[in-house]
Write a protein that binds this ligand. Structure first.
Ligand code: 3IX
Length: 200
């Protein structure tokens, strides 16, 4: 698939954001299918061999952290990563963001509801995106508090809102919520601490 080409600064590899977005989407679809499938032995063996082949291909294309695409492409869905539930940022400025998220079957906890760990994972990802904004020093999560108000159901478009609450020197407080229609499913508050120069 062809798409907008990013600057070619990765040792001659031409990055294609549309193709990469489709690859991450296909990975998500695969994980959703894996989570509910009951493959027999020969099918599992065939899939294992195919995956090992692709792991080898990708292993030969490994890059330094700063040059990687996974989770580092602001223009594409979920910043181009499949580690968290899928999301898309609709509006964003320095004060926060609004967006939509969808928890696929890969994130199933039980009885049709999302896994309790997937909800904080999504908050940490979104908070990190807001806090680590343009021109600000990188910051790490010091604490993340989540209140689970109602179950997060799978395969539904959920509303996201994240906003900066206040700042005290290196300490930045941020809040967010996940809604299913009018129902607030989860609320979260976190403290991020800006790193000093040289701090890992
Ligand atoms: C990965 C992000 C950074 C890298 C970014 C680089 C490139 C950007 C590209 C993409 C990334 C963008 C977004 C990524 C998306 C998501 C990532 C989200 C971020 C994370 O997922 S990151 C992983 C989890 N995170 C950790 O792995 C932290 C482990 N930890 C530490 O690294 C230290 O612990 C640290 C640095 C937090 C603080 O350590 P420190 O030595 O620098 O500072 P210190 O302890 O002095 O605290 C200073 C003041 O904060 C208060 N304070 C501290 N902790 C507190 C707590 N828990 N409760 C209440 N208050 C607290 C103190 O009381 C003091 O307050 P006061 O100044 O008023 O006395």
């Amino acid at each position: 698939m062809s798409g907008a080409l990013a600057a070619d600064d990765r040792g001659g590899i031409v990055v294609d954001d549309l193709a990469y977005e489709a690859l991450v989407g296909a990975t998500r679809n695969f994980l959703d299918a894996l989570a509910v499938a009951v493959p027999d032995g020969p099918t599992a063996d065939r899939l294992t061999a195919d995956l090992a082949g692709w792991a080898g291909v990708l292993g030969g294309l490994a890059a330094e952290e700063r040059d990687r695409l996974f989770g580092r492409r602001a223009g594409i869905a979920s910043y181009g990563q499949a580690m968290t539930p899928a999301y898309r940022v609709l509006e964003r400025d320095d004060a926060g963001l609004r967006g939509v998220a969808r928890f696929g079957r890969y994130f199933h906890g039980g009885k049709g509801a999302a896994h309790g760990g997937a909800v904080p994972l999504l908050f940490d990802e979104l908070f990190g995106r807001v806090i680590n904004g343009e021109g600000r020093p990188p910051a790490r999560t010091a604490y993340l508090h989540v209140d689970f108000r109602a179950v997060v159901r799978l395969d539904r478009d959920l509303g996201l809102r994240v906003w900066r609450e206040r700042e005290e020197g290196r300490k930045q407080y941020v809040r967010g919520e996940i809604r299913d229609g009018d129902v607030v499913c989860a609320e979260a508050e976190a403290l991020f601490v800006a790193l000093r120069p040289g701090q890992p």
